[in-house]
Design a protein around this ligand. Structure first.
Ligand code: ADP
Length: 339
């Protein structure tokens, strides 16, 4: 069996949780931007909206998670995912994710999950042990099912997801060894090489994240973007234009590096105390707004009806691959019962 995908048929799987109605430019830089590039290189993209995953921390707001899912799908299309080339689907609409998750949960050692750094972080956020849902510990098992169901060649994500991907290949390898068949060839981790994109800083220079309230959203207006960048963190010791800046530690310079076509001289002038923070901010606002303008326009033109059609088509395409994988899984395990 092995990895039988030819170059143009190589499948790529990635997804975002629908814990928020809007994606931020960190989600874009860490993941979505690569998805679009991979799609345009001819890879077969499966872009999932992970609504079940959002429930691990938002089970009390299930309705919100569902409404958000539609908005996240709009962000995918706005960012350049073309529904004619790529598959956009909602996790809970392909039930095979639940079946594979259950089977993997039977063979995943608890220690692998308890050691997971993101589990420890989220556990601390929730605080009270009695409120901690069973699903939180199993998050990487569900994520593994999401990935391996599509037997992908690669998975493009931001740096923070690396520990989960390792558990994913460990579970796939364990399945192959247990049942003596290479159902799940190891997939590649596709993390942006540029560290500022793999972990984009927020307006306060911590990691950009909804929970820190330090985000620029893909769907922010140009005025909102300008206001946010004006308030962004720069070099603290640079009080005057003539004070030297440290671009590596300045959020505005980080965005300039990504969005300004000619950022190097600006960085050198900043370092030499030849340009002020306001000047940087003005150029940064222009560059960011110019970069995201076409996406914002595309997003504004999308209505719910159009996106529901995209999702219905995506559900069919995703289900076709998922059903085939589950057939291989049941066969390998001896649970096919002649079907
Ligand atoms: P959140 O962490 O907000 O719940 P997700 O876990 O759904 O978001 O992450 C969606 C994708 O966005 C993942 O691939 C993740 O690695 C990436 N990502 C999130 N924040 C950043 C960031 N600040 N920089 C780069 N990538 C990020």
């Amino acid at each position: 069996m092995g990895n039988d995908q030819s170059t143009t048929e190589r499948r790529i799987l990635s997804g975002m949780r629908s814990s928020n109605p809007r994606l931020h430019i960190g989600n874009y830089e860490g993941a979505l931007r690569n998805w679009v590039e991979l799609q345009n290189q001819g890879f077969k993209m499966f872009c999932m909206v992970a609504d079940w995953h959002a429930l691990t921390t938002m089970y009390e707001q299930a309705g919100e998670v569902g409404r958000n899912a539609i908005e996240v799908a709009k962000d995918y299309v706005a960012a350049g995912i073309d529904p004619a080339k790529s598959t956009i689907f909602i996790q809970s609409q392909v039930k095979e994710h639940a079946e594979l998750h259950l089977l993997f949960s039977m063979m995943t050692p608890l220690g692998w999950l308890e050691r997971n750094p993101t589990y420890k972080e989220k556990q601390q956020d929730i605080g009270v042990a009695e409120r901690e849902p069973y699903g939180l510990l199993g998050y990487p098992v569900l994520q593994t099912a999401d990935i391996l169901l599509y037997r992908p060649w690669g998975v493009p994500v931001g740096r923070d997801q690396a520990p989960h991907l390792e558990i994913g290949n460990d579970i796939g390898g364990r399945f192959n060894r247990l049942y003596g068949q290479d159902v799940f060839p190891a997939f590649k981790y596709m993390i942006p090489e540029d560290e500022s994109r793999a972990k984009l800083p927020g307006l306060d220079m911590r990691k950009m994240s909804k929970s820190y309230d330090n985000c620029i959203y893909l769907s922010d207006s140009e005025d909102e973007t300008a206001k946010k960048i004006k308030s962004a963190y720069t070099t603290p010791s640079k009080q005057r234009k003539t004070d030297p800046g440290i671009p590596e530690g300045c959020a505005v310079c980080q965005y300039l590096k990504i969005y300004h076509p000619n950022w190097q001289p600006l960085w050198e002038e900043d370092r030499a105390g030849e340009r002020g923070c306001m000047q940087n901010k003005t150029e940064c606002i222009e560059a960011v707004n110019e970069y995201f303008r076409p996406m914002r326009e595309r997003r504004a033109a999308l209505d719910d009806g159009a996106i529901l059609e995209v999702l219905a088509k995506g559900r069919e395409e995703a289900t076709a691959v998922a059903v085939e994988t589950m057939r291989l899984v049941r066969d390998a395990m001896g649970l096919s019962y002649g079907l």
